[in-house]
Design a protein around this ligand. Structure first.
Ligand SMILES: C[S@@+](CC[C@H](N)C(=O)[O-])C[C@H]1O[C@@H](n2cnc3c(N)ncnc32)[C@H](O)[C@@H]1O
Length: 700
């Protein structure tokens, strides 16, 4: 028996005949949605069904007939070689009917192929090898299929490959290298770029004459550039130089430089484009690309960005900004908390940019129901198209998923891509990002429209509830700013998600999402509270939330005095449940933030300015900022970010509280304090949104 996984698996007693398979397939083909631009659904991996990608060459595997396939088995050490005998039915994957050398037929479903690959819709007549195939039940009884989840588990075989058994051989479709070149040109003109690459490859393999090959390399480089296969485009462009003295040597460097730019490798790109420019100084395209590259290098070096211009350039279609990443204030090193972490490479003052990073991968998909699948699909595609991404992307923390150590390695001409590892990495490292954080703070903005992306540098950061950094977004650029002064060598933390007020609830969330219990000072200290007290606090919070109706008073809302008094009473009760020996001076009291915010709103509606000041200050204290209760003690809110120690949390609620304070001070004729509060609010808003923005955005 071919199967190796489970003792109970067996060859099915009855399989559909070839005719049955083709007939059912035809009905699917007839129903196929033929709108070519419709987004293809994504088959997202189910981690409980994970199995590893094959890491072996097809040439090392025992080739078995389709009739040996056992149901629900992964055929380790085995491979099949089959020919597609039907056009594909294309949905989440490409389903074809295939036949082996003995005339056995099966259904083959190939998922997760990049659009740049012919295998994303295997043409009829192609011969493919499936490594260590997974044969599974497909719904009803006697209905099975070979399911290929890992893109590197299926290989398109060249027609002349000696591994193809005689009965499946067609022989070369075209006779000469020149014929293949022409076929490639035709496919290119028809915009069938995967086929063009395939034909140019056949042309290159059919000739050993460097003068013939050189222009074909140039053509394949151009085609790979269009497909976004930048690694291959760069290699092809440089390979074209091998054909001896070239009339268009500049073009090789130009294409290679553009490919390196596509990989965001601006240093290499600059050096290649400089060579191109030296060879062809008047070429406007090279001049433009060279200047663009210098601008990226300048951003990488200085961290100078025109954020308002970047924001203004965003449209629904264009969220990927042409900018470099500024990372030099930080370095990745071992962390005492977990694995690697991010550390300050120099002293950073509160408010300073820590780093700005362009997304490694972020699809333009802000529909919350599709964002995760879109990121997963993009990551798989890019790892197939650009194997150099394997190092940074697969180098990210992947949780418990067992690695083979071969991921990203080239086997049978393609990089090994394990989709379950990709998914595991995605879940542990991705961030949700609004199109821009500043727009997202507008109350009128519909909430929840967030894309998901991977920022490899930012993903090196561990979580801390009382984090010293804050992230924000403009398109696919992540801006990280210091929320307080950070010393050189200090670890930089960020909040993975907005921090829940109850210590056990938030740690449940970290455990489920990322597999850790937080060891930040706040969590460690709050866990010292006895269980019974934690439960009482939860009950008290629920009681006050119930009275507040889970809704903050809006502009002009006149909340009845009795309700306000009730909320004040319940808030006091909740506050009294914070044990004095646990909650020493300066420790945030997160459960009090919501009711205090509510009281700020309620008193504002009633023009109780002194009470607004009292509760807004309390909100700031509950976030861990040092703010004197006593009116007589001098306080400069502008200094609170740098002078409150290392137990502060920064959110937009801090900014709002400072604004409420400013309005109340103004109303009481304390203009100087009002001005200071506005300045502090503006500073806070810069932390929240990534750059200086008008506070009035919060009213729109
Ligand atoms: C995005 S990675 C962070 C970088 C990671 N430390 C590394 O070595 O690559 C997220 C993972 O780091 C770990 N982690 C993050 N913050 C942590 C913390 N405060 N305490 C313990 N583990 C943490 C968790 O395992 C989490 O799934």
């Amino acid at each position: 028996m071919a199967a190796t996984k489970e003792a109970s698996v067996a060859v099915p007693r009855r399989r559909p005949t070839k005719e049955d398979l083709i007939s059912t397939h035809k009905t699917h083909l007839d129903k196929q949605d033929r709108s070519p631009d419709a987004p293809r659904p994504v088959k997202q991996p189910i981690m409980s069904e994970a199995y590893p990608a094959s890491t072996r060459s097809i040439r090392e595997l025992e080739i078995i007939p389709l009739s040996d396939l056992c149901v629900e088995a992964h055929h380790r050490g085995k491979g099949i070689i089959v020919k597609a005998i039907s056009p594909p039915y294309v949905g989440a994957g490409a389903v074809s009917i295939v036949e082996d050398q003995f005339g056995n037929a099966e259904r083959l479903a190939i998922y997760n192929q990049p659009d740049s690959s012919i295998l994303s819709a295997v043409p009829e007549g192609c011969v493919v090898a499936v490594k260590e195939p997974y044969y599974k039940k497909n719904g009803s009884e006697n209905d099975f299929m070979i399911c290929v989840d890992h893109p590197s588990d299926v290989i398109l075989l060249r027609f002349t490959d000696p591994i193809i058994p005689e009965p499946l051989r067609l022989g070369p479709l075209l006779k000469t290298a020149e014929d293949w070149k022409k076929a490639g040109d035709t496919a290119f003109i028809e915009k069938d770029f995967p086929t063009a690459v395939f034909c140019y490859t056949e042309a290159l393999e059919s000739s050993s004459d460097p003068t013939f090959q050189s222009p074909i390399y140039t053509k394949r480089a151009g085609t790979n550039l269009v497909l976004g296969r930048y690694d291959d485009a760069k290699a092809d462009a440089l390979a074209s130089l091998a054909g001896g003295p070239q009339q268009h040597e500049w073009k090789a460097y130009y294409n290679a430089g553009r490919a390196a730019y596509g990989l965001c490798d601006y240093r290499t790109s600059h050096s290649l484009l400089s060579k191109a420019l030296a060879l062809n100084q008047s070429h406007s395209g090279i001049q433009r690309e060279h200047a663009r590259c210098e601008a990226r290098l300048h951003e990488e070096e200085t961290g100078n960005y025109d954020f308002p211009a970047m924001l203004a350039s965003l449209t629904a279609q264009s969220v990927h900004l042409d900018r470099g990443s500024f990372l030099r204030n930080t370095r990745v090193a071992d962390s005492a908390h977990h694995g690697r972490g991010l550390f300050a490479a120099r002293d950073l003052a509160a408010g300073e940019i820590i780093f700005v990073e362009k997304a490694t991968l972020m699809p333009n998909q802000y529909d919350p129901g599709r964002a995760s699948a879109a990121l997963y699909a993009l990551t798989v595609r890019q790892l197939c198209d650009n194997p150099s991404l394997a190092e940074p992307v697969l180098g990210m923390y992947g949780g418990e998923y067992a690695r083979s150590g071969m991921e990203g390695m080239i086997v049978d001409g393609v990089p090994v891509v394990d989709v379950f590892l990709v998914e595991s990495i995605r879940t542990k490292n991705c961030f949700s990002s609004p199109r821009s954080t500043v727009e997202d703070t507008k109350p009128s903005m519909p909430s929840g429209r967030q894309a998901k992306g991977l920022w490899v540098h930012a993903a090196a950061m561990n979580h801390g509830c009382v984090a010293n950094s804050m992230r924000s977004f403009v398109g696919d650029m992540l801006i990280s700013r210091a929320t307080r002064d950070i010393k050189e060598g200090e670890e930089i933390f960020q909040q993975y998600v907005p921090v829940k007020s109850l210590v056990d609830a938030r740690n449940r969330q970290y455990l489920e999402g990322w597999g850790f219990e937080c060891g930040c000072k706040l969590c460690v200290t709050e866990r010292r509270s006895p269980e019974a007290n934690l439960a009482k606090r939860k009950e008290a919070l629920m009681a006050v939330e119930k009275v507040c109706n889970k809704k903050l008073p809006g502009k002009g809302d006149l909340v009845p005095d009795a309700t306000i008094r009730n909320v004040e009473r319940l808030t006091k009760q909740l506050e009294d449940l914070h044990e004095a020996d646990v909650y020493a001076e300066g420790l945030p009291k997160l459960t009090l933030i919501y009711p205090c915010n509510w009281l700020v709103g309620a008193h504002k509606g009633r023009k109780n300015h002194a009470k607004v000041i009292r509760y807004a200050k309390k909100v700031l204290r509950c976030f861990g900022f040092i703010v004197p209760e006593d009116k007589g003690v001098e306080w400069d809110p502008r200094k609170m970010y740098s002078s409150s120690g290392d137990m502060t949390l920064m959110t937009v609620h801090v900014v709002v509280a400072l604004r409420r304070l400013a309005e109340a001070y103004e109303a009481l004729g304390e203009g100087d304090m009002a001005k200071k509060c506005v300045e502090a609010a503006k500073f806070g808003y810069m932390l929240v949104t990534g750059f200086e923005n008008d506070l009035s955005m919060l009213d729109r």
